[in-house]
Design a protein around this ligand. Structure first.
Ligand code: BGC
Length: 420
């Protein structure tokens, strides 16, 4: 509690302090801080645009409170999560931080690092605003610990339309075989790496999509809840398909973040990239409009979901300010300000699709009718320990291409983390 030293970390975009409006003013008035440090990994492009939208709404809703940007750059929180873990360990929490709904959130709840905000849900009317399935993913022993900002979809392939047209790829591939054929066509046009990819977690995303195709949604979900054995032959098949897909990817993949791979698509150096739908917003923010998208081949109507949510950490300096932030995050205006710019769809069920760009309109329609499965790369399916082990296994596989070792490592990770 009380004042704590801010960890000396590489914070990108820090000090983007937005001026507090009247009513309350400075943070040294004796009744505690009026600064709200919001810790995310949304430092650039469409992610920053989404955050900015939310911040503008916060300024309107929470006059007297001052937003402090604690963003740490790095896709999927690859840097931010380590910084956050060390700050939490040192008793130096930000006023609020981004946490994925599902297993990842459970890590913080189990560690006693976040407050129960169930009574705020009641006073803000949030129980009625969000779908029951999502509420279930935020609830432990009847208590709710975070406010979801959105629903993202992970299993989407983004394309450069011109590259595909030049290669004669005229239809979205519906099966893995179609996809291989399309990749061959683009390759035949002299594009050495038609499928752009980045490092470990982006490889885990691609692998998860292949698993959904080869196992189907039920068996895929079983991989994370103990219902499916990782030694199953269908997982072996998925590793084989994944290996083949990697032959179409850039050899410098292990050094790239998702935005570097995205740039290959924008620059016409690749035709395809599997990535979550934050890519729609990022391409828009970067002014690249000649893109297409389709659900990963063979996933059919499966919607691999994840949700960013915000928490009130134990020992936050400014709980009142944080609560105002959380209220904004959960509000209809806040969700619109954020999601129209972030590529995600609102977690609230009362949004009007007409307010959203074309991509999100299609995702909102899909979300209603789709079969939902969670994501390990983005914390809805697995704990952070499990995710770290899976990322390491994929990272090692990228170099050694040892199928048996990959399957063994993933089975061992499930063994170690599944019950936790
Ligand atoms: C987050 C998204 C973010 C993406 C890439 C995911 O884990 O949920 O909000 O855009 O990572 O950084």
């Amino acid at each position: 509690m009380g004042f704590t030293r801010r960890a000396a970390v590489a914070v990108v975009g820090v000090a983007a302090l937005l001026t507090a409006s009247a009513c309350g003013g400075s943070d040294d008035g004796g009744s505690g801080s009026s600064k709200v440090e919001v810790f995310t990994w949304w430092a650039d492009g469409g992610e920053k645009a989404g955050l900015d939208g939310l911040v503008n709404q916060f300024k309107t809703d929470c006059s007297g409170q001052e937003f402090v940007n604690g963003a740490v750059a790095g896709g999927a929180g690859s840097n931010a999560k380590q910084v956050l873990a060390s700050r939490l360990q040192q008793g130096d929490p930000p006023d609020t931080f981004q946490a994925h709904a599902g297993a990842e959130l459970l890590d913080y709840i189990d560690a006693g690092q976040v407050e129960d905000i169930s009574s705020d849900y009641d006073s803000w009317g949030l129980k009625q605003a969000f779908p029951q399935g999502l509420i279930d993913n935020l609830t432990v022993d009847g208590k709710i610990y975070s406010v979801p900002a959105n629903i993202h979809r992970a299993n989407v392939v983004w394309t450069n339309k011109k590259v595909l047209a030049d290669a004669g790829v005229t239809a979205d591939p519906a099966t893995l075989d179609d996809f291989f054929a399309a990749l061959d066509k683009v390759k035949a046009k002299g594009i050495a790496s038609p499928l752009a990819i980045g490092k470990d977690w982006t490889q885990l995303m691609l692998f998860e999509s292949v698993l959904i195709t080869d196992l189907g949604p039920q068996k895929f979900t079983g991989l994370w809840n103990g219902g499916t054995d990782w030694n199953d032959p269908t997982v072996t098949k998925a590793i084989g398909d994944f290996k083949k897909l990697l032959t179409y990817t850039n050899s410098d993949r292990d050094a790239l973040d998702w935005t570097d791979a995205e740039k290959m698509v924008m620059d016409g150096k690749a035709g395809f990239q599997l990535m979550g739908d934050w890519e729609a917003a990022d391409l828009d923010a970067k002014g690249f409009s000649d893109y297409g998208w389709f659900t990963f081949p063979g996933n059919n109507d499966t919607f691999q979901w994840l949700a960013d949510s915000f928490v009130l950490p134990k020992g936050a300096n400014n709980p009142d300010g944080t609560k105002c932030w959380l209220k904004t995050v959960g509000s209809a205006d806040g969700q619109k300000a954020f999601n129209t710019k972030k590529g995600s769809i609102p977690a609230r069920t009362d949004a009007d699709p007409a307010d959203y760009p074309k991509y999100q309109q299609s995702a909102m329609a899909d979300w209603k009718s789709a079969t939902q499965v969670p994501s390990c790369a983005h914390g809805s399916a697995c704990s952070q320990g499990w995710q770290g082990a899976a990322n390491s296994a994929l990272g090692a596989y990228s170099t050694n291409q040892d199928d048996a070792a990959l399957q063994k490592a993933l089975a061992a990770a499930a063994q170690q983390f599944a019950s936790k």
